[in-house]
Design a protein around this ligand. Structure first.
Ligand code: AMP
Length: 194
């Protein structure tokens, strides 16, 4: 198995890099944000519970998020590995993830932070918005997600850093250059029999 956690603010290129990692290493993508949005769209019981949090950019309570995450892991027992995107968001999540993985006789092998400054992501997202003519509502949601990343999620990085498990990747540059850099890091972190 090969399990990767990918950090990065909205607009850092995490979606693109995740997709390429999934294709190269045959991983299952676990994006808690995408999973919540799917539940909301389908109108499931879980979706009804999380819609208000999601609309307001507030973290969904841990018991809901973690139960959903465990469900995804159980449904994909034979996977080659996972890429976690949008989870962990707190140090408590990171500890829980380590416990869950070791309970499944595996571990998080690589923790990557795709580094792009707040100023740069705001610039990129403005360009994207101008090109796609997205509504203002979308802009305020994106702004909240950027703030959440730089004010909160970023504080999870020291948890991995102090254990020597964090790799920072410069997210500025062309897509394939960033991807090659990420792959070098993943290849040196992956277990012998992934
Ligand atoms: P994202 O697409 O990752 O920015 O997530 C969108 C929204 O889903 C967040 O603002 C939260 O309401 C919720 N969410 C996503 N991931 C998590 C998580 N790990 N813990 C709690 N809430 C989450």
């Amino acid at each position: 198995m090969l399990n990767i956690v990918l950090f990065g603010p909205p607009g850092a290129g995490k979606g693109t890099q995740s997709q390429q990692l999934i294709d190269r290493y045959q991983l299952v993508h676990i994006s808690t944000g995408d999973l919540f949005r799917e539940h909301i769209k389908k109108g499931t019981e879980l979706g009804k519970k999380v819609v208000e949090f999601n609309n307001n950019g507030i973290l969904v309570p841990d018991e809901i998020t973690i139960a959903m995450l465990k469900g995804m892991l159980d449904e994909n027992k034979n996977a080659n590995g996972f890429i976690f995107d949008g989870f962990p968001r707190t140090e408590a999540h990171a500890e829980t993830l380590d416990r869950i993985m070791s309970g499944n006789a595996t571990a998080i092998h690589a923790v990557l932070s795709l580094d792009v400054s707040e100023e740069e992501v705001r610039k990129r997202l403005q360009i994207r918005r101008d090109a796609e003519h997205r509504p203002d509502d979308e802009e305020s949601k994106v702004n909240r997600r950027i703030e959440e990343y730089f004010n909160k999620t970023i504080h999870v990085l020291p948890y991995y850093n102090k254990q020597g498990r964090l790799t920072r990747v410069n997210g500025i540059g062309d897509i394939s250059q960033v991807f090659n850099h990420i792959c070098d890091k993943v290849d040196s972190a992956r277990p012998a029999k992934a």
